[in-house]
Write a protein that binds this ligand. Structure first.
Ligand code: HEC
Ligand code: HEC
Length: 185
């Protein structure tokens, strides 16, 4: 039984005709509820994080990695994937707190939950692109579309293909791979 049928049933059985006015108000609430997108992944909104961690690459949403991964990343900024991304101590603390408080496992939204569930068995990885969830979702994409594609080069560049990555929206229907166009499954 779907939610509408369930609600209709509850209304008719418990409210009867006296409940008509209430039923009107409730159907308005139900419309609102249906129009509100469910939380899939929160946007990155921390000003310093966006500025400092979005200067070399896309500012990944904190919910894309478990806390232990962010902890490892933030503890090794002087040797960050071959770059030095070190920051003053207060900024590092600030950004670390933001990332940990919004990491997968901390926030109650669906994408972080899936990432965490898939990652439980293994050591915390330092890359989103190395999480089992990511690998599973991207295993049909050929190297010529990524590594050998001058407009992409790396899976780390989420925003090269996901047209709404900055809005924390990774729906497969919004994917456009440069040089290949829309993704058709
Ligand atoms: C000086 C440039 C620079 C800055 C600043 C920087 N990064 Fe990076 N980051 C890199 C490079 C280079 C890579 C590797 C990208 C690749 O493999 O294509 C990377 C990769 C990453 C990845 C892994 C992406 C994946 O493949 O899943 C994460 C997570 C990350 N950075 C987080 C951060 C955070 C958090 C900060 C801010 C504290 C930050 N970065 C600041 C250069 C930088
Ligand atoms: C080369 C282009 C490309 C890059 C770069 C890329 N993706 Fe994707 N991504 C895709 C495609 C294509 C799909 C759909 C795959 C399918 O359905 O078979 C997808 C699927 C996804 C999904 C699942 C969406 C769903 O509706 O199930 C998520 C989440 C996602 N990507 C996140 C990311 C993140 C985060 C990054 C960066 C760390 C990233 N992607 C980088 C092309 C890319």
């Amino acid at each position: 039984m779907n939610i509408q049928t369930t609600l209709a049933l509850i209304m008719t059985t418990t409210l009867g005709t006296a409940g008509l006015a209430v039923a009107d108000k409730d159907s308005y609430a139900l419309d609102q509820w249906k129009a509100t997108p469910k939380t899939y992944l929160n946007k990155a909104e921390h000003e310093q994080y966006l500025k400092e961690c979005g200067s070399c690459h896309f500012a990944y949403q904190p919910g894309l990695l478990p806390a232990a991964s962010w902890e490892r990343i933030m503890a090794n900024l002087s040797d960050h994937f071959g770059d030095n991304a070190e920051l003053p101590a207060t900024e590092t603390t600030d950004i670390r707190n933001y990332l940990l408080n919004n990491a997968a496992g901390r926030v109650n939204s669906s994408l972080p939950k899936k990432i965490l569930r898939d990652s439980k068995a293994q050591q915390p990885v330092m890359r989103i692109t190395e999480t089992p969830y990511f690998i599973r979702k991207h295993d049909e994409i050929k190297p010529k579309m990524v590594k050998d594609n001058p407009e992409v080069r790396s899976f780390s560049r989420c925003d090269a293909c996901h047209t709404r990555a900055a809005d924390a929206s990774y729906n497969e229907h919004e994917v456009k791979i440069p040089g290949y166009g829309r993704w058709e499954d």
